[in-house]
Design a binder for this molecule. Structure first.
Ligand SMILES: [Zn+2]
Length: 346
């Protein structure tokens, strides 16, 4: 299917929340990793989200260029070109963008979408995240509301974050005193400010003890019930219609029970990066360790081009990552849920 448009993306999110499942939102940094996600989604008959971080985008543009805008555009254009060969729906999203990076990442990508729309082309990305979680809440929301007003005109969905996710991602790490748990009072303020932008859509990453990266058991103390408290508070204050579409950040290594509880409370998108990185590299390491005398030219020998040719080990990595995507889809209760099967049944 082609990359979804706004209406179809909204439909995806609505179906996930009412069906109590979530889409994996998987970080990619290259053609190969993007292809792995598409394959994994297709293999599990699930729709999903491909996302690009600032660091991943800079990498994708090439080490001599290091342009996050250019890299993000390149990956998105690739996905637009190949997505219709896969029998599932995919949305394109950009991951964490702090306020000081908006001018070099999200805003140029929004401008690119606006140029495309003026030429009658589909949006480049379907949604973008603004991460103002390091700012005081009122400043976070000032920027978010401004973005949301522009996004509404462009049929873009905005993702925001309140509270601070622990750990480190793309060189940004939370301090040990950071606020790891969002409060119902915070989210009431989010709803009050954001819902005033009528007809716009946003996703909320509300932290409940999440930590970026993977840590040994015991390090992460998730409290998904915080999400329920936030939803109940907002429904009571502003009506059922105000319930959030939640995003789960920093979920690598979480207990299945915690993940499922979070889905029950309205999580529709779960970011998955670290576990995918490991699945990809694990396959390459396996190939190199098992066939070291083919990958390397040992003792004056010539090695084996079938082994050291990048296509060989990158194909293995692509397939291993696709399998990991399939596993993630299963955990998120999304297997077999693709709307692509519903085409013509509307
Ligand atoms: Zn986050």
């Amino acid at each position: 299917m082609p990359v979804v448009d706004y209406e179809r993306y909204c439909e995806m999110l609505d179906r996930a929340r009412s069906g109590r499942f979530a889409y994996p939102a998987i970080n990619v940094t290259s053609l190969t990793t993007a292809n792995a996600v598409l394959k994994g989604l297709a293999d599990s008959e699930s729709d999903g989200i491909i996302q690009v971080s600032t660091g991943g985008a800079a990498f994708a543009s090439g080490s001599a260029i290091k342009s996050m805008t250019l890299g993000a555009i390149s990956i998105a254009e690739h996905v637009h070109r190949v997505a219709d060969r896969y029998p599932i729906n995919v949305a394109l999203h950009t991951d964490h963008c702090q306020a000081n990076k908006l001018k070099e990442f999200v805003l140029p990508l929004v401008e690119e979408t606006e140029r495309r729309r003026a030429r009658g082309l589909p949006n480049l990305f379907n949604s973008h995240m603004f991460d103002g979680s390091a700012l005081p809440l009122d400043e976070n929301l000032d920027v978010a509301v401004q973005l949301l007003e522009r996004f509404r005109k462009d049929d873009l969905i905005l993702e925001i974050e309140t509270g601070v996710v622990g750990g480190e991602e793309d060189g940004v790490s939370a301090s040990s005193t950071a606020k790891l748990y969002t409060t119902p009072a915070d989210t009431l303020e989010v709803a009050r400010r954001m819902n005033a932008v009528r007809g716009a859509r946003y996703l909320l990453a509300a932290t409940f003890g999440n930590v970026h990266g993977v840590y040994k058991p015991g390090h992460v103390r998730l409290r998904p019930s915080i999400l329920k408290d936030c939803q109940d508070a907002v429904a009571k204050a502003f009506g059922e219609v105000a319930r959030f579409y939640l995003v789960f950040h920093g979920g690598s290594g979480s207990d299945l029970h915690d993940i499922h509880e979070a889905l029950d409370y309205g999580v529709v998108k779960m970011n998955i990066d670290t576990d995918m990185q490991y699945a990809f590299t694990r396959a390459i390491a396996d190939q190199c360790f098992k066939h070291y005398d083919g990958v390397l030219r040992v003792d004056g020998d010539v090695g084996n081009n079938k082994t050291y040719g990048p296509r060989t080990y990158l194909s293995l990595a692509e397939n291993a990552m696709a399998d990991r995507v399939k596993e993630a889809v299963g955990v998120l209760r999304a297997t077999g849920t693709t709307m692509a099967n519903l085409v013509g049944k509307h």
